[in-house]
Design a protein around this ligand. Structure first.
Ligand code: NAD
Length: 499
């Protein structure tokens, strides 16, 4: 069996714990590799050598660090097909979707090429007699990135780009379900000129994560994953005085107003609800049509579109719409939730349970599922299903729809489809959600803005990538500097203005 390694000090290092996680091919259900789970002692060694490498890296001027990002970006582009193959074979998403996963990560690396400008400080000349005042951004030291399974390339790149180009070293702990892409990215970063030790990929589970959270050398933790783990990591990192930004789960609603273009809204719901088998934190999992006529017309448009979707392995041709979910346990959980929806009184319009694909009978496939007449007390509404299941909650007015979104415990993304500018503007202003789409279903901001949810979708300060990431991965030092030429002033014991 293929046994993966850690990436420490610029080379592959075998795990020593004797503990492993099996990596499945989600399309066949077979184990294709196993990944070692690091011990606290292995982490300790990786962190100590990252700290040594970081000192020299931080002293490298920002333009040289940015050049490493330029080369890294070029290498990612050159290796796009191989990376996409790795993403798809461990995650199960289609190849075009895997390329999108890499592309949205690459765009963050492209912003990092402008790091010398982004890391510039502030300067006030002549703040007082002979006094200059300046603020500079300095790296934090060794930081950690802990990432989820659903974007094997994008989220590790969101973490490593801004952290590394700011002069930090990073311990990256990718999801143990999809570690190979991070390992390949680390090799490409080395080829791009990143000094050994500055990026360490340490594989592991809770034991490794806890060792990171408790380690005194780790200065900051950037986490992405489910809400309970995000909250746990935020609390434990903060208790150790670390900077932490922890992004969690979601339940994203799309409001469809009676004046919306319903064909466009239905197309958007198909992509946002079922793309990547619904395993996206920005997936739309709840459609909220306003008014009975809108709801009926929307369902009428969704059904034929859903019936046409092709669910198959990523190797199944160019027309595959989505693949399997990540594990057998995930499939079981999703099918269980669909069952609970039926028991609790929702109308199951299309049932994706029990899907069998010829030749892939043991794969983790769940077919696209559509519910109507869902109410907020049902488990399918309350839980993040993270599968190809779209729930419809009918609202009688815009205010009722807005209240539904605002009352939800999650606040990652949301969208409204309407032809009315006033309604759209009101929604963008009043909804308590971090990322809003207007006639746009998955409003993931471009890489020169920052990404982050509200409420229980994010814990901690500042968002990921974009300007916020450079704030998160640096600390500000402010210097007051005085030179005495031309100043005739004796000692003063008063705390006074500089002028
Ligand atoms: P997860 O929380 O199970 O795992 C995320 C990371 O945490 C992994 O590296 C894992 O090894 C680690 N981990 C898991 N259990 C742990 C524990 N008990 N203690 C310490 N560490 C632990 O999440 P997942 O299933 O890999 O990813 C799916 C989730 O991520 C969904 O909830 C999705 O919405 C969310 N997500 C959020 C965003 C965002 O930006 N808000 C983006 C992508 C995914």
């Amino acid at each position: 069996m293929n046994e993966l390694c850690h990436w420490i000090d610029g080379r592959e290092v075998k795990g020593t714990s004797g503990r492993f996680t099996e990596i499945f091919n989600p399309a066949t259900g077979e184990v294709q590799a196993r990944v070692p789970l690091a011990t606290p002692a292995e982490l300790d060694a990786a962190i100590a050598s990252a700290a040594r490498a970081q000192e020299k890296w931080a002293a490298t001027n920002p333009q040289r660090r940015a050049r490493v990002m330029m080369k890294f970006g070029a290498l990612i582009n050159d290796n796009m097909d191989a990376l996409a193959e790795l993403v798809s074979c461990e995650h199960g998403k289609t190849l075009p979707d895997a390329r999108g996963d890499i592309q949205r990560g690459l765009e963050v690396i492209e912003v990092c090429m402008g790091a010398p400008s982004l890391l510039k400080g502030e300067f006030t000349d002549n703040a007082g007699p002979g006094i200059d005042l300046y603020a500079m951004r300095q790296p934090l030291g060794v930081v950690a990135g802990i990432t989820p399974f659903n974007f094997p390339a994008m989220i590790p790149l969101w973490k490593m780009g801004p952290a590394l180009v700011s002069g930090n070293a990073m311990i990256l702990k990718p999801s143990e379900r999809v570690p190979s892409t991070s390992l390949m990215l680390a090799k490409l970063a080395q080829e791009a000129g990143l000094p050994d030790g500055v990026l360490q990929v340490v594989n592991g589970d809770k034991e490794a994560v806890d060792a990171i959270l408790d380690h005194p050398t780790i200065q900051a933790v950037g986490f992405v994953g489910s809400t309970p783990i995000a909250q746990y990591i935020y609390s434990r990192a903060a208790a150790h005085g670390k900077r932490a930004q922890c992004f969690g789960g979601a339940k994203n609603h799309m409001i469809i107003m009676p004046d919306a273009d319903l064909d466009k809204a239905a197309d958007a719901l198909i992509g946002a609800g079922f793309g990547a088998a619904g395993e996206r934190c920005m997936a739309i999992s709840v459609a909220v049509p306003v008014g009975e006529a809108t709801a009926d017309a929307l369902i009428e448009r969704l059904v034929p579109r859903i019936e046409k979707l092709k669910v198959a392995p990523y190797t199944g041709g160019d027309d595959v719409d989505f693949g399997p979910v990540i594990t057998g346990a995930a499939k079981q959980r999703i099918e269980g939730l669909i069952g609970s929806g039926v028991e609790q009184g929702a109308k199951l319009v299309i049932d994706g349970r029990g899907l069998q694909i010829q030749g892939y009978e043991n794969g983790f496939f769940v077919g696209p599922t559509l519910f109507d007449d869902v109410t907020p007390d049902m488990d399918i509404y309350k839980e993040e299903i993270f599968g190809p299941v779209l729930s419809t909650v009918r609202a009688q007015s815009y205010d009722e729809a807005l209240k539904l979104v605002c009352d939800n415990e999650y606040g990652n993304g949301t969208a409204i489809f309407t032809a009315d500018g006033d309604t759209a503007r009101d929604f963008a202003s009043r909804v308590n959600v971090g990322m809003v789409g207007i006639n746009f279903p998955i409003p993931v901001p471009l890489s020169y803005y920052s990404f982050g949810g509200w409420k229980r979708s994010a814990f901690g300060d500042l968002n990921q990538y974009g300007p916020d990431a450079f704030r998160f991965y640096t600390k500000t030092k402010t210097v007051t500097s005085r030179w005495f030429s031309g100043i005739r002033e004796g000692a003063s014991l008063n705390f006074k203005a500089m002028d």
